[in-house]
Write a protein that binds this ligand. Structure first.
Ligand SMILES: [Zn+2]
Length: 288
């Protein structure tokens, strides 16, 4: 079967209208998976992706690789930089573990080395954020549902590039969707500090989508020692068996470069039965 090629460019406002015309009956996407093209890079495509480039990509996926699907969108730095490459209402091919239930977006660029937060890279970023926000809105998905290709346990790629940070993109998508932030979302600009009520500081904390997160296993082992931990196969949930044999499930906010799952601090405090209090720029966890 051929790739269901479309090859049409959209400005963000046009893309929103286009999405309204589609129905998702056979393919039911639940989130967006973000990629970078790597090759071609921004440097090798000074004017973005031309119609000929799109035809070349189609030929590559369909005839060289023999695939019947491809990434759904390509995004470049032009004003009409949201390119529907293949039908959005058909399953695509872009990330082994995520093809079944996600759209794949390819950002033009090589973001292990090319700049993502200035110049043409920033334009690609902004177009991508708008596209993700509109896709999420269409299927009522949350900003933090976004996956990176490198979150796929079945790849060793750095895709969408080491210069692309999940927390930053999720925060931008949330802003574009004008959603109310999750209840434990805090300002990114304040240096937050997290302490146990005993005075011990928890140092390994960072923000994902503006919410404090930490390594699930490390924190829970500190709060409630001697449990065991199992990460599910698609790396979205950790099952924690407490020392007394209770089973609790914690959502994964992000997988770090070493493969360790991080979870939202508030959720970890809740399952460990610790009170979570914010005073100024200080979060205190107190055993209930
Ligand atoms: Zn990728």
């Amino acid at each position: 079967m051929p790739v269901p090629f479309i090859g049409r460019r959209f400005r963000p406002s046009e893309f929103e209208a286009y999405l309204k015309t589609l129905a998702f009956t056979y393919f039911q996407p639940e989130f967006v998976t973000l990629h970078h093209t790597g090759a071609p890079s921004l440097a090798t495509r000074p004017d973005g992706l031309t119609d000929q480039h799109l035809q070349n990509l189609l030929n590559y996926y369909q005839n060289e690789l023999g695939w019947s699907g491809a990434p759904h969108l390509f995004v470049d730095d032009r004003e009409d930089g949201i390119i529907v490459f293949q039908r959005l209402d058909k399953r695509g091919v872009h990330a082994v573990s995520f093809n079944r239930n996600s759209w794949g977006i390819e950002m033009l660029g090589e973001y292990d080395s090319e700049e993502f937060n200035s110049g043409r890279g920033a334009k690609v970023r902004d177009n991508s954020v708008k596209a993700i926000a509109l896709l999420n809105k269409r299927i009522a998905a949350s900003p933090e549902s976004l996956r990176f290709h490198r979150d796929d346990p079945q790849t060793t790629k750095t895709c969408p590039g080491l210069k692309v940070q999940k927390a930053d993109i999720v925060a931008r998508v949330a802003n574009a969707m004008k959603t109310s932030p999750p209840p434990d979302m805090v300002s990114n600009t304040v240096p937050w500090k997290v302490f146990l009520s005993t005075g011990l500081e928890i140092r390994l904390v960072h923000m994902v989508g503006g919410r404090p997160t930490c390594r699930i296993k490390e924190l829970l082992t500190l709060l409630r020692p001697n449990g065991t931990f199992t990460l599910n196969s698609n790396k979205t949930k950790v099952t924690w068996k407490t020392s007394t044999g209770n089973i609790k499930v914690i959502n994964v906010a992000q997988i770090d470069e070493k493969g360790s799952p991080w979870g939202f601090l508030k959720e970890i405090a809740d399952v460990a039965r610790y009170r979570y209090e914010i005073t100024g720029n200080r979060i205190t966890l107190t055993k209930i």
